[in-house]
Design a protein around this ligand. Structure first.
Ligand code: GLU
Length: 468
């Protein structure tokens, strides 16, 4: 079994022992319900290429199932199974009413032109439709490593073309461009969720004291592995809204450091222009791109791929807190070493759940066929204006136009999405934190997160019973 799937299962088993749930039920929860492995031909430069791809639905205790589609050379069946499994727990943790799923196409997107990627994406979608593995009430993909809004748009178009008259066709996929039924705030959502998770953890005075840190995210020295969608938003929001110092960023081509802090937005622009992060003004390059993992810092945010912190480098990790923005960046063996060292790990299934949370909002928007805020914004503004005018007339104190506009601003879609995401990340953090702190057998936050997920998924299965 791959290291990744084995790690997910080992983590599950650790929590399962503490759950008090019957073994049969635990096995039912742990198993991947459906694995669809496909091979299909695509014409590339006049030649036929066979593409290998997967879609795994881990659990249908809630429908539809949900999870991203990954384009990567490393994709194989066990990786997709591990990722689908994590999606079930992730959705349960943030109270998103979906089962877990994941898709993968074993290609390196860099090696294809946009036209070729479109052909591959559309053919993959057709394969999913053929086997009834996609639909707003069946299984709803989203972006993941190597895919983004562009691919989601192709998926939606292919689905709509083949399901003429399906009124909810837009809800067959999330993470779409805003002009194509997407929602404002989805692109930044995973990174923003990572920020809320980090901020909540850092606000716990006692835990910070135990790590030798002051409370609050402000001024914390953060190292980030990966400047893709998740890493770039997590880093820039921690910097701009949290006041943290991003001292190190690593990408595929290398790792750059500046103890005074790296301007993340400027770096993202620099990377767009130069196709590399190396040479960004004010930074030095370390000998290896893996140095980010063992650098002296307060918080390490791995935001790239799985199995980055392993038995061979776990001992050298100097970070006091690791926030798993990627899925499965720490192997189970490495985790044992880190826990012994006293490193606090905020687990992936909670830390990076912001993406699926806002996907849920997008799906709701698609099913309701109306933008959030459209009906109530002006009405709210008018009610607030009446209140402000009343304050002005009763106190006799004039309120300036600028102040009035500020005080009466109604919520736009982006405000509602961010507020819904923040609320979700805070209340899920509190649920996990309470489980962690109220039971001495629960020694780490991942086990607490698993227990929380197990409680919710098992109660669904128990209430539903088993269909003949
Ligand atoms: N691929 C993301 C994840 O791993 C998002 C999934 C979704 O939005 O459905 O959580």
């Amino acid at each position: 079994m791959s290291n990744f799937l084995e790690s997910v299962n080992r983590n599950f088993d650790r929590a399962a022992k503490l759950s008090g749930l019957p073994e049969g039920l635990l096995n039912q929860i742990k198993t991947c319900n459906s694995v669809y492995r496909m091979s299909f031909p695509v014409k590339i430069n006049g030649d036929i290429e066979i593409i290998e791809a997967y879609r795994v639905q881990h659990s249908q205790h809630r429908n539809p199932t949900k999870g991203g589609i990954r384009f990567s050379q490393k994709v194989d069946q066990e990786e997709v199974m591990a990722l689908a499994t994590l999606m079930t727990y992730k959705c349960a943790i943030v109270d998103v009413p979906f089962g877990g799923a994941k898709g993968g196409v074993a290609i390196s997107p860099r090696e294809y032109t946009p036209e070729q990627l479109e052909a591959i994406t559309r053919r993959y979608t057709v394969e999913l439709i053929r086997k009834n593995f996609i639909g707003p009430g069946i299984d709803v993909p989203a972006p993941d490593y190597g895919t983004g809004a562009r691919e989601m748009s192709w998926i939606m178009d292919t689905f709509s073309q083949m399901k003429v008259g399906e009124i909810n066709a837009m809800g067959c996929v999330t993470g779409k461009p805003v002009t194509q039924g997407g929602i404002r705030g989805r692109e930044e959502a995973t990174g923003r969720g990572v920020y809320y998770a980090t901020r909540e953890m850092c606000s716990k005075e006692e835990d910070m004291k135990a790590l030798g840190l002051t409370p609050g995210i402000k001024g914390k020295r953060i190292a980030v592995q990966g400047l893709g969608n998740v890493g770039s938003f997590a880093a820039s929001i921690c910097q701009e809204e949290g006041g943290a110092k991003i001292i190190c960023i690593a990408e595929y081509e290398g790792c750059i450091v500046n103890e005074d802090g790296i301007d993340v937005k400027a770096l993202v622009e620099y990377k767009k222009q130069n196709k590399t992060i190396l040479g960004f003004p004010g930074t030095t390059t370390t000998p290896s791109r893996k140095d980010v993992l063992t650098l002296d810092c307060d918080i390490l945010i791995p935001a790239a791929l799985e199995s980055q912190i392993r038995i061979d480098n776990a001992d050298q990790v100097k970070a006091k807190i690791i926030v798993e923005a990627a899925n499965g960046p720490i192997t189970a063996d490495a985790e044992e070493i880190l826990i012994k060292k006293g490193v606090l790990i905020i687990p992936d299934m909670y830390a990076n759940a912001g993406g699926v949370t806002v996907s849920y909002f997008e799906w709701l928007k698609n099913l309701s066929h109306v933008r959030f805020g459209r009906l109530q914004k002006r009405n709210e503004q008018a009610a607030l204006m009446r209140l402000v005018n009343l304050v002005e007339s009763t106190t006799g104190q004039p309120i300036s136009e600028a102040q009035k506009n500020f005080l009466t601003k109604g919520a736009d879609e982006i405000d509602l999405v961010r507020s819904g995401l923040e609320e979700t990340m805070i209340s899920s953090f509190n649920q996990i934190y309470d489980i962690w702190k109220s039971d001495d057998n629960v020694t780490d936050m991942r086990t607490a997160a698993f227990l929380n997920a197990l409680k919710k998924v098992s109660s669904d299965y128990l209430a539903m019973g088993i269909f003949p």
